[in-house]
Design a protein around this ligand. Sequence first.
Ligand SMILES: Nc1ncnc2c1ncn2[C@@H]1O[C@H](COP(=O)(O)OP(=O)(O)OP(=O)(O)O)[C@@H](O)[C@H]1O
Length: 341
Amino acid sequence: MIEFKNVSKTFRLGKREVHAVKNVSLKVNAGEIFGMIGFSGAGKSTLLRLVNMLERPSKGSVFIQDIDVNSLSSKELRTRRRNIGMIFQNFNLFHSRSVAGNIAYPLKLAGLSKSEINTRVNELLSFVGLSDKAKDYPSQLSGGQKQRVGIARALATSPDILICDEATSALDPETTGEILRLLKKVNKEFGITILLITHEMHVIQSICQRVAVMEDGVVIESGDVFDVFTEPQHLTSQRFIQSVQQDLPSPRILEEWRARGGNGFYRVIFKGEITNEAVLSHITQKHKVHFNIVYGSIRELQERLFGDLVISFEGDPVAIQHAIAELETIVDIKEVAKHEG
Ligand SMILES: Nc1ncnc2c1ncn2[C@@H]1O[C@H](COP(=O)(O)OP(=O)(O)OP(=O)(O)O)[C@@H](O)[C@H]1O
């Protein structure tokens, strides 16, 4: 659907060159919700501008639905751009037009008749839950309602791709949840491929199936959200994930526990079905040792279970080592190092 092949984008600022995107190769599949996360300046917006064809790559190729964007004329680019809807952090609505007028705008440009426009606008208003606001103006709406209008307008010409540029960053947590649920509905009901950029990991966690983590123009990690969340390879990915889940107690708490003695702490990660099995209790009973769960959670992520627990053991030290050795064959278990937490 969208493919970057060895894409670089360099801007020239006088004599200085800014390498905004460096050799990125990435594929967004048709029908998926793909998230791109990175801190400010990582190159996310530049990648989006390459997708909606507002920028051309300095090196490499961008394919949209198997067509190399570089091969298109300016006229073809304009036509193809209509196939890509876009929503923004600050909504970008026309303040002098009513809600219905905003949604009708792209339909007018596309040359639809008045009655066709009315029918389509009413359909879209109903889809985003704003049928009673058709005649209101953007200044009369809340942030969440404005973004609903933005979504309706982006969907008006039935695009195949919807790009969301920090679409929930200006909204409170509850409204963010409503907008993310609406985007999920857009993806499910219309099969629209969604590419979203954000600096908020909870957005990725809530609706994306796959994610790419960007830093300094480079995609440092990409894959299924479940895999990146459960086994982040890169320090920056780990920092993003820690912003939504604190997987270890603070060093102070760990220190207090250690001061009370014991055989150390172990972090145990369970994935998928294995969380349903009483792995810990079976193995510890077999080796006649006890375990205490001192910290952690079992959560659902992308419709799969993921357990992240910190445990301590009680019993004969040799038996504990045997229990740990057996657990290692089934789950990911590591001693929590003194400096962690
Ligand atoms: N038109 C431009 N001319 C010169 N430099 C640019 C241009 N657009 C982006 N850059 C630079 O490229 C780098 C990447 O910027 P980009 O906006 O893509 O990052 P971002 O991850 O989207 O950050 P933010 O979330 O702050 O928008 C930055 O150093 C930025 O200053």
